[in-house]
Design a protein around this ligand. Structure first.
Ligand code: AMP
Length: 466
């Protein structure tokens, strides 16, 4: 049956008055591919009805030229879905389509609703609604499609009072596009202008690629409505709190995106500088693990005065695709992804900067690969502080029992991964690098302090149980 609700995804919404929007949404989705590789979907609206296509795989695998021709209209929303394990299910691909007392909607969601199980039961029992997927996103869609209220602003207000957790959403009716962000602003969402139209996207890099200008990021708890009259802010539901995910800066977002006014690349570079200050070491060179730790690697090199060198070349086309490698290939592990440069590494004491260690599966292989290419010493420096607690707000991060830092000391982790030394960035150092207050960020994976009390250890199959 259907798959876990816990995922980080990419969403995009496009309004191009008088022009077909699906093609632009396609290119927007393309630039959000890093946020999800399991499935892709686009829904369009032509003023009368909604059209939708969802497929498994990468955006380029899910859509061909003729598929876009079947998505008419000047409004479109798109979604890329991320999932970490096991088989993939088309049922859970988005945009989702639902019909309720407020009409028909197509909706794409990034985040995770922590009270989805109880809300779903309530909607089934008291509103008589029927659910067709096992996702928290359908709870959002049904709630919005059936919420009391005359205006979308009133319905969104009701919906936001009921939902708990993380949700950045783009939704489409036959005539309007609605985008909203949860009151804590956990996942990003920004809006831009585009040749007389509008674009909403998880990250600003999607706007850049389609030639849109970033106007601003949606405020936590804000909803905007876009129609033929333009863009209107129709709901403000923030109580002064903000809990933007700090892992977006470390790993998820693209370096060329701007999150809460800060370029991710600049934040990562600063993480590297902080790491150099917190964990200096005598070495010959610094390298960042491509792609997510390159900026941090250059920051470490700048601050330490050590030369930056490229020690690993990444095959950029080995991502998470729907093709599951067979066991023989799986055993090759990181070899499929990285190729070391012995000419660079031979005889060197190497500082290796990586973004994060979660289970500790990848890093020992990387250390091994560098040693086999001749590195004399390998000193690992990690941008994320030790990851100790699971994420309930949209990043699939493994269970606590699987997290290596939750179960071993730093010295034990160092031994396990086979490095000569290991240094994690401190939580303070991280927020110094990001340049925004810790109090306005979610750091639950490092501190265990969740921005909303998490009642239960939500497991992946929570919505699948009868
Ligand atoms: P692990 O092998 O479990 O320690 O995973 C660590 C590596 O996976 C990191 O170096 C990241 O590049 C990547 N990573 C971190 N978080 C995630 C995530 N939520 N989903 C997929 N990959 C991740």
């Amino acid at each position: 049956m259907a798959n876990p609700p816990r995922e980080a995804c990419g969403v995009v919404g496009v309004y191009t008055p008088g022009e077909e929007a699906a093609r632009t949404a396609f290119f927007g989705l393309f630039s959000l591919q890093h946020r999800g590789q399991e499935s892709a979907g686009i829904a369009s609206a032509d003023g009368r009805t909604i059209f939708c296509r969802r497929e498994m795989g990468l955006v380029s695998q899910a859509f061909h030229e003729f598929d876009l021709d079947r998505l008419p209209g000047d409004m479109a929303v798109g979604h890329t879905r991320y999932s970490t394990t096991g088989a993939s299910y088309l049922d859970n691909a988005q945009p989702l389509e639902v019909t309720g007392s407020n009409g028909r909607l197509a909706l794409g969601h990034n985040g995770n609703v922590i009270n989805a199980v109880s809300l779903r039961t309530e909607l089934e029992e008291t509103w008589g609604l029927r659910f067709t997927t096992a996702t928290d996103s359908e709870v959002i869609a049904q709630l919005l499609a059936n919420a009391p209220g005359v205006t979308w602003g009133e319905r969104l207000g009701y919906m936001m009072r009921r939902l708990q957790g993380a949700y950045s959403v783009v939704a489409l009716t036959p005539t309007e596009m609605i985008a909203f962000r949860d009151p804590l602003g956990v996942r990003p969402l920004c809006v831009g202008m585009f040749r007389g139209g509008w674009v909403v996207a998880s990250e600003s890099c999607a706007l850049d690629h389609i030639g849109a200008k970033l106007l601003r990021e949606l405020e936590p708890g804000e909803a905007v409505l876009i129609d033929s009259e333009g863009l209107h802010s129709i709901h403000k539901g923030n109580d002064g709190r903000h809990a933007l995910c700090s892992f977006e800066y470390i790993y998820f977002a693209r370096p060329d995106s701007i999150l809460d006014g800060k370029l991710v690349h600049a934040a990562r570079r600063e993480m590297g500088r902080q790491l150099a200050a917190e964990h200096p070491v005598n070495a010959d060179m610094v390298m960042g693990i491509p792609d997510s730790a390159i900026a941090a690697g250059t920051g470490y090199a700048e601050a330490s005065g050590l030369p930056y060198q490229e020690g690993l070349v990444k095959n950029r086309y080995v991502g998470r695709t729907f093709i599951q490698p067979d066991q023989r290939l799986r055993d090759l592990g990181v070899r499929l992804k990285f190729n070391p440069l012995p000419e660079v590494l031979e005889g060197k004491r190497v500082v290796v900067v990586d973004d994060s260690i979660v289970r500790g599966t990848t890093t020992p292989h990387v250390v091994n690969l560098l040693r086999s290419a001749g590195a004399k010493e390998v000193h690992l420096r990690v941008c994320a502080p030790p990851i100790l607690s699971p994420c309930h707000f949209g990043v699939d991060m493994a269970r606590k029992s699987e997290m290596i830092a939750a179960n071993k000391t730093v010295a034990e982790v160092c031994k396990f991964i086979g490095a000569d030394s290991l240094g994690y960035l401190s939580v303070n150092g991280l927020f110094k690098a990001i340049g925004r207050p810790h109090a306005h960020s979610c750091s639950a994976c490092f501190t265990g302090n969740y921005p909303v009390e998490v009642q239960l250890e939500m497991d992946k199959l929570a919505l699948e149980r009868p």
